[in-house]
Design a binder for this molecule. Structure first.
Ligand code: 5GP
Length: 179
């Protein structure tokens, strides 16, 4: 038992050292800050892995074009915290916010736009309008001085809901490059 505990301790210490020393994790010879402490880094990898798995699972049924959770939100069958709405778009707070302000902007009529990769010339108007709506949302949320607009596309882009949507993120300093 004691030997197993000692071995576990040694493994934890070794992985911690590895994470701290690895040139891959410490590019350009930079020291790892507390922010990138091994435990946090491992947690970050775990949550990214979950998002990737969810995105892969969602992609499996994406091309059926079936209804998504967003249809229920548009129909008000399930509640959402609406920030802005007009005849073309709905903007509501993300259930799992990644920033103090995290709003999703979606077209009320999907018209085949399960993702950005399905965009056709006749979608140009709604695509432009979604961006315009993102700007209105940013102003309403008081983050006009700096924010980020994101579209995740496909499993490699970590898209999990197949109804085109813009993420409007702000209320904190954004980092670059995005993960
Ligand atoms: P994606 O991963 O496809 O780029 O973004 C989908 C987003 O929808 C995620 O950020 C997720 O948190 C959000 N989301 C999923 N289900 C719901 C829901 O039922 N309500 C709200 N408000 N957001 C949701």
């Amino acid at each position: 038992m004691a030997a197993m505990a000692a071995a576990a301790k040694l493994t934890a210490a070794a992985s911690s050292l590895l994470l701290r020393r690895s040139p891959l994790l410490r590019p350009h010879g930079l020291r790892l800050s507390r922010r990138f402490a091994p435990q946090r880094f491992v947690r970050h990898i775990a949550s990214s892995t979950n998002e990737e798995a969810a995105a892969k699972a969602a992609a499996a049924t994406a091309d059926t074009g079936g209804p998504t959770i967003f249809d229920k939100i548009i129909a008000k069958e399930i509640p959402s915290n609406v920030v802005y709405e007009d005849e073309k778009v709905l903007a509501f707070r993300d259930i799992n916010p990644q920033a103090p302000v995290h709003v999703l902007v979606i077209p009320k009529i999907r018209d085949g736009l399960t993702g950005l990769d399905k965009a056709e010339p006749w979608h140009v108007e709604i695509l432009g309008y979604l961006l315009y709506a993102a700007k209105i949302v940013a102003e309403k949320e008081g983050i006009a001085e700096g924010y980020r607009v994101v579209i995740n596309n496909g499993p490699k882009g970590c898209q999990s809901v197949y109804h085109l949507h813009l993420h409007v993120l702000g209320g904190r300093q954004m980092k670059w490059p995005a993960g």
